[in-house]
Design a protein around this ligand. Structure first.
Ligand code: ADP
Ligand code: ADP
Ligand code: MG
Length: 511
């Protein structure tokens, strides 16, 4: 095992990784920007290295400074977390050529999956089902013909895309030109690469992803699925495992497809293969009305592979009993899996809610301010991964994720009840949160029946308005404000020029 690991990230995920390191007897080095001098992750590490100004480009995205910091602190490995440089092949290569271990897949694997067009071509070759569509087109005429052939609606997508950016749905030919121009300029701005692909838009879709894991000895297993269909603007807000949709047969087929995808790029370490499932009324999969589906073997399509640890990894940890970060470190250090696919099982049901500092009643604008009170829920089957404590400042520099609230219970219905209770008990004053919004979502019949497609939040759950706060919480909030002179939270939009800055308007980046 390593002696010391530098964690090239911040917030909850940096702390999550530090805990795993401590459990394995590994020393930790945190990195922090000007804005994170007093952040929890900076304080909790054995050592902390200052790496630059608040904008990510000048700190958490500065590969040279991160690698030099790892060398200076005599770390022997680097964990990239998620977001930032976690899927940057040159960073992974740079870490390795500095004589350090990158706790993640090889740079070649990252590169192979880094491009949505190239990876789709590779997946088709490897027999993994992909969404019907075309890659490598250039002229408008080519796109027009392709879209006609696929059949509207279609989706134009940035080949270099990520975080839901650079995607446009096109319902008919007259909209194609403008959609392409918008997607191209968004892609150019965010990724410096304007290439687009076009594919069938699956209007009623479920997002189901498979966690895969490989060691460096050629052993690959999957750790089952996560259902992530509850999304806003193509970004996940609630995730769960098992998926209410999968039959054992489909689970086995998707698991095998995910392993084939990983095999095609000689994958080791943790990765996620994202699939989209067609659940439209006209789909051969839908049976009867409402919730019962009969799933057809070819009903799922590869979307992309995320070559890193995923935000929603805790739900998999709770149902499989495996610590994914331990295993990331153990396989990176060369250990062989002591288990095979048949040894792995799903136990009970886990749900994760992403608690954000944002205002659902105001276009989900991020909300900044000091956390006057921050009291996460406790109790059986409740896990909270957070990078904040009371008194901390939520700034406009980074993703406004306050905490991931994860529950585990014997059944899906129990897990939903446990999550609702936990959300009720979560006390946050000083910033506006999406806690009430998520609780209301969980209370709908659609959610209870597992009848939530990727457009559900926007089309069926768009009319939600916040409840009037009760007297007790108003008094508590007012008292808290007096105690900690902080003032009321205001939604804020940053003037940052960084295209990835989540506080730029409402096009938030989330992993
Ligand atoms: P998901 O599928 O889980 O939503 P994606 O893979 O689509 O996640 O998006 C993550 C990618 O977005 C990262 O690998 C990275 O390339 C890019 N990214 C995320 N955050 C930043 C950032 N702050 N600066 C630059 N690039 C970023
Ligand atoms: P990103 O890298 O931004 O995460 P993805 O390809 O994973 O890009 O897509 C993000 C989300 O967009 C998916 O989870 C899904 O909700 C939606 N999406 C992507 N492709 C399609 C499609 N062909 N049809 C319908 N929805 C799609
Ligand atoms: Mg994705």
């Amino acid at each position: 095992m390593f002696n010391k690991v530098l964690i090239a990230n911040r917030g909850e995920i940096a702390i999550r990784i530090m805990r795993a390191c401590r459990e394995l007897g590994v020393r930790t080095v945190a990195v922090y920007s000007e804005a994170d001098k007093n952040a929890q992750h900076t304080q909790l590490a054995d050592e902390a290295v200052f790496i630059g100004n608040a904008p990510p480009k000048e700190s958490y995205l500065n590969a040279d400074v991160l690698i030099q910091s790892a060398l200076d602190s005599q770390a022997d490995a680097v964990h990239p977390g998620y977001g930032f440089l976690s899927e940057n092949a040159s960073f992974a290569a740079g870490v390795e050529s500095a004589g350090l271990t990158f706790i993640g897949p090889s740079a070649d694997s990252i590169r192979a999956m880094g491009d949505k067009a190239e990876s789709k071509i590779l997946m088709k070759k490897s027999g993994v089902p992909t969404v019907p569509g075309y890659e490598g087109l250039e002229t408008f005429a080519d796109f027009k013909n392709a879209a006609k052939d696929i059949g509207y609606p279609v989706l134009v997508k940035a080949a270099a895309g990520g975080g839901g950016k650079g995607m446009r749905v096109v319902n008919e030919e007259s909209e194609l030109k403008e959609a392409m121009e918008l997607a191209r300029s968004e892609a150019q701005n965010a990724f410096g690469d304007e290439r687009l692909l076009v594919e069938k838009y699956i209007a009623d879709a479920h997002h189901v992803e498979i966690q895969v894991f490989g060691d460096k000895h050629g052993n690959l297993v999957h750790l089952f699925e996560r259902e992530c269909s509850a999304q806003r603007r193509h970004q996940k807000i609630i995730e769960e495992s098992p998926s209410p949709l999968l039959t054992p047969e489909l689970r086995a087929q998707m698991g095998q497809a995910a392993i084939n995808a990983a095999k095609a790029i000689n994958y080791h370490n943790a990765g996620t293969v994202e699939f989209i499932l067609d659940s439209s009324p006209s789909s051969p999969l839908r049976h009867g009305s409402g919730q019962a589906f009969i799933l057809h073997p070819s009903s799922f399509y590869f979307l992309e592979m995320n070559t890193r640890l995923q935000v929603e990894h805790p739900v998999t940890e709770l149902v499989t009993g495996l610590d994914l970060v331990h295993w990331q470190m153990r396989v990176a250090a060369g250990e062989k899996f002591p288990f095979a696919q048949n040894d792995l099982h799903q136990h009970g049901h886990a749900i994760e809610c992403r608690v954000y500092a944002e205002d659902p009643a105001n276009g989900f604008l991020p909300s900044v301010g000091r956390l006057l009170q921050f009291i996460p829920p406790q109790g059986p089957g409740i896990r909270v991964d957070s990078g904040f404590a009371a008194g901390d400042e939520v700034t406009h520099h980074y993703d406004p994720l306050l905490a991931k609230l994860i529950v585990h219970a014997g059944s899906r219905a129990e897990a939903i009840r446990r999550m609702k209770t936990a959300l009720d008990d979560f006390i946050v004053h000083g910033v506006i949160t999406n806690i009430d919004y998520m609780r209301a979502a969980l209370e709908t019949d659609d959610f209870k029946q597992g009848n939530v497609s990727t457009r559900w939040v926007e089309t069926k759950f768009g009319e939600w308005t916040p409840p009037q706060p009760d007297l007790r919480s108003l008094i508590a909030a007012a008292l808290a404000d007096v105690v900690f002179v902080g003032g009321r939270a205001q939604p804020a939009v940053s003037n940052e020029t960084d295209p990835f800055n989540p506080w730029k308007g409402t096009g938030n980046y989330r992993n």
